[in-house]
Design a protein around this ligand. Sequence first.
Ligand code: Q0Z
Length: 303
Amino acid sequence: MNRRYSEPVITGLNHLASGKIRDLYAVGDDLLLVASDKISAFDYVLESEIPDKGRILTQLSMWWFKQLADLVPNHVISADVDQFPAELQPYKEELRGRSMLCRKLAMVPVECVARGYLTGSGLAEYEKTRTANGVQLPPGLVDGSRLDRPIFTPAMKGEVGTHDENVSFDVMAERIADPELAAHLKDLTLAVYSRAREIAEERGIILADTKFEFGRLRGGTLVLADEVLTPDSSRFWPADEWKPGRTQSSFDKQYVRDWLTSPASGWDLASDTPPPLLPPEVVAATRARYVEAYERLTGVKFD
Ligand code: Q0Z
């Protein structure tokens, strides 16, 4: 697959790592997580950016951390650039709204996925064996079916360049060699997801599934890390379009996917060539969807 990784956006900072669309820097003993405006689709990072996407997703993550604070502590020290350490002040306008200063944790090497609706890799396994990550599910479920009881479907790093591998709870517990930690991860993941699913549902957004990352403080306290419950770490579906039995519309990326796979784009998904630039109207419509998700969930206008 032809993936292009971003250059670290802020020269002058101690760059540690980059994801497809985010960058991580060391700041003293802490970490700075910076969200870009980049967007991925069909496993490509697109040439076009979505204005304000990094700020929207960072503010949404911060809002969720506050909603969840009674269930789990989180890694955030501050997302207010005016409170950042002196060494970051030269970059504050670049960082404003889209960065979080975080405690550095010992990360648990498990992608903690919760699913409240069946789709994607969960559906694929279900269709073969009526299980997801080894968990038995009721008969008759189809793409997009709601699960009355959300399930924990952990994933772990496979070979480099491949997607994470879904594993059963027992395999995950074996691999981390800590059954108590495994049980704690499952309980926290399901508690946090269930709370979030309920909140989102009240606001017309289906949070089909989500991925959490946890780490531990010195002393062992389990802490929720990374970004949380954004459209980049979760599947968001518009509730008013939900119809089990077909691929659901993506709350945020549907315009991008529809245009890229339409004749208008001139692009062939099977071609192994990178996707073209998005037309301005697709960029604008997509930005509007991110803003709408933020505003519907938080009830706050995005400035
Ligand atoms: C998160 C990632 C990104 C690349 C490491 N609080 C933490 N303590 C220790 N490690 C991490 C965190 Cl959040 C950590 N990632 C994911 C984010 C770019 C990779 F922006 N990697």
